[in-house]
Design a protein around this ligand. Structure first.
Ligand SMILES: Nc1ncnc2c1ncn2[C@@H]1O[C@H](COP(=O)(O)OP(=O)(O)OP(=O)(O)O)[C@@H](O)[C@H]1O
Length: 299
């Protein structure tokens, strides 16, 4: 199966380096999420990958071949970059059929992908009457048309309803499990956490992180424990004696850094301090991502 290879890619717009010496590889068999704050350079990278923009230097290829060099590219690479790519006057079915014909894809695939994308009922409707969510589904149907080994989807959940978001997540996982190469950009961290195995994070045109999801969360967050007690000041003082800091919250709870719940429970028991709640707050991808990119938003 094909890998995506971005190598030393730079793309400038005038004096702005939208992408700045970016290097990463997306191998088959896993879902790779492509993240970064607004203006990070994700769309620019994907447009260069799709051959819609020329790199200033470096390359973005599929096993070393540029998109434009691929014969019948829709059979190799499925891309969703712009939900408005289909002409509004076209009917959904005809739009996909034209794409299929130009890439020698069997016409029966049109009906299959329309059904897969949940828009079979709208097949004969003109695209301009589609909602944003339906246009996204049509774009995803188009990406799947050639049964490609590589899928590149830019913000596929834009405009989708909750069922649509679950559908995308399941679809991405299935495509990766089939051994395909899946790269998906997103702003919605919670959804990325459930769908992706691996993260590539960029900001200000540069690579910030390229690592497995669990390592990313571990490296960029720390666990805390939330405690509720009827004797907050005593608990705080006893924790301070054990060199732990308890920070009071707005709701009467305390947050403790750097200790396990069992340690805090044992300490409270030794001093006869009643505990009403003791909860370990796990690191979330969202926390990790915000921490990593806090200083990196381009204005
Ligand atoms: N054609 C262009 N001409 C000038 N500047 C551009 C052009 N395209 C993109 N940029 C700039 O390049 C930077 C990267 O933009 P890009 O759209 O790639 O970011 P992004 O990570 O996809 O952001 P978002 O998450 O907001 O979609 C931004 O500062 C943007 O304003």
């Amino acid at each position: 199966m094909t890998s995506i290879e971005v190598r030393d890619l730079t793309k400038t717009h005038g004096t702005l380096r939208a992408v700045d010496r970016l290097t990463f590889r997306v191998p088959p068999g896993r879902v790779t999420a492509f993240l970064g704050p607004n203006g990070a350079g994700k769309s620019t990278t994907l447009r260069v990958l799709a051959g819609l923009q020329r790199p200033t230097s470096g390359s973005a290829t599929f096993d070393g071949r540029a998109y434009r060099e691929l014969p019948r590219p829709l059979r190799r690479v499925g891309m969703l970059l712009d939900p408005d790519a289909a002409h509004g006057a076209r009917r959904a079915h005809d739009h996909l059929l034209a794409m299929a014909r130009s890439n020698r894809i069997p016409a029966r695939r049109v009906g299959e992908v329309l059904a897969d994308a949940g828009i079979a009922d709208a097949a004969r409707k003109r695209v301009r009457t589609f909602s944003l969510g339906m246009r996204q589904r049509l774009g995803i149907a188009a990406a799947l048309l050639g049964d490609p080994g590589v899928l590149v989807l830019d913000e596929p959940t834009n405009g989708l309803d909750p069922q649509g978001i679950i559908w995308i997540r399941t679809l991405l996982r299935r495509l990766a499990a089939q051994g395909r190469t899946v790269l998906v950009s997103s702003h919605l961290m919670a959804e990325v956490a459930l769908a992706a195995d691996h993260l590539v994070v960029m900001a200000r045109g540069r690579l910030l992180a390229d690592l497995p999801m669990d390592a990313f969360v571990r490296e960029n967050t720390h666990r805390t424990v939330r405690v509720r007690t009827t004797e907050g000041t005593r608990l705080r003082d006893e924790l301070a004696r054990a060199e732990l800091t308890a920070v009071p919250g707005d709701d009467g709870s305390w947050t403790v850094d750097g200790a396990a719940p069992a340690d805090i429970g044992a300490l409270a028991a030794r001093h006869g301090i009643p505990i009403l709640e003791l909860t370990e707050e796990g690191p979330s991808l969202e926390d990790a991502y915000l921490r990593l990119t806090r200083e990196e938003t381009r204005t």
